[in-house]
Design a protein around this ligand. Structure first.
Ligand code: X90
Length: 276
């Protein structure tokens, strides 16, 4: 069977080696300009535009035909999406699956709602690749990936929840304190796929320590860790050092948020996907 992994751009990943792969872009939409979250985007240009732009801004998810295009001519597709609780992405992927399977009898699409986003999706995609490369069949891969997804988590620290609140992705009440007087939140993707605040803290150093404490509470024992940040290399590095002090052998990597996660995590945000 010819397999393919298709994932939306909230994963911050445009390519993946050793496997058939496509990223389906979300878009950042303003009254003046639209930004497509793909490899061709001038991300710094977008962030500079947004920092001085005072009008409305929001996002839009890929539609059914964009998912269908990304499925291409693969026979076994794993379509992995940002949480369906906060985005229409998963719903569009499910409708694309129905159309695709009807048009091509025998071909299969498995839609996976990450109930999360960003670096947690990367862990799931890496596991999918491992399962595909080990020669398992479609149903086996689906069973094993769903089991794996129970032990991956997303935790983050954000300095502003403005864009989340303005676009109805978090309640204004939760957003209110964040960003004032150096207050930043530490939060997690909840089991329902929503933003769940865990702590409000003053100062980044404290937030970074709390992230690791929370990870250990969630049974992190040195598994894989994927870290991304929006314009905050220093915090991401500091976190990585904290992590390596306690778990020197852990497989951890650093990267940047692309358009969608940069828009919602905002300047200074750090997101961490990990295996418990
Ligand atoms: O369909 C769309 O327009 C996309 C909407 C996406 C809304 C959520 C994006 C979250 C990005 C922010 C920090 C982590 C929050 C985790 C919640 C599960 C990243």
């Amino acid at each position: 069977m010819k397999y393919k992994i298709v994932m939306d751009s909230s994963s911050n990943l445009f390519t993946m080696e050793d496997v058939n792969f496509s990223s389906v872009p979300l878009k950042i939409v303003t009254d003046q300009k639209e930004f497509v979250d793909d490899q061709a985007l001038d991300l710094e240009g977008m962030l500079a535009f947004l920092s001085s732009y005072k009008g409305r801004s929001g996002t839009s998810c890929p539609n059914i035909s964009e998912w269908l295009d990304a499925f291409g001519d693969a026979e076994g597709i794993f379509a992995l999406t940002i949480t369906g609780t906060l985005s229409g992405c998963h719903n569009a992927a499910v409708q694309a699956k129905e159309a695709y399977e009807k048009k091509h009898p025998g071909r299969r699409v498995c839609c996976l709602d990450s109930l999360s986003t960003g670096p947690e999706m990367v862990l799931i995609a890496e596991k999918l690749r491992e399962l595909i490369c080990s020669g398992k069949d479609f149903d086996q891969i689906e069973t094993e990936i769903r089991t794996y997804m129970k032990r991956t988590h997303l935790i983050f620290t954000l300095k502003s929840l403005n864009n989340m609140a303005r676009n109805g992705r978090v309640s204004p009440l939760i957003a209110k304190a964040c960003g004032l007087l150096g207050i930043q939140i530490v939060g997690q993707a909840s089991a329902e796929g929503t933003l769940e605040p865990l702590h409000k803290c003053r100062g980044e150093a404290k937030a970074l320590k709390l992230l690791l404490t929370e990870m250990k509470k969630m049974n992190f024992q040195g598994g894989k860790v994927r870290i991304v940040h929006c314009h905050n290399e220093q915090a991401a590095q500091t976190f990585l050092e904290l992590l390596k002090t306690e778990f020197p052998d852990c497989d951890a990597s650093l990267g940047n948020t692309t358009a969608l996660c940069s828009f919602y995590a905002e300047e200074g945000g750090v997101m961490i996907g990990f295996e418990a």
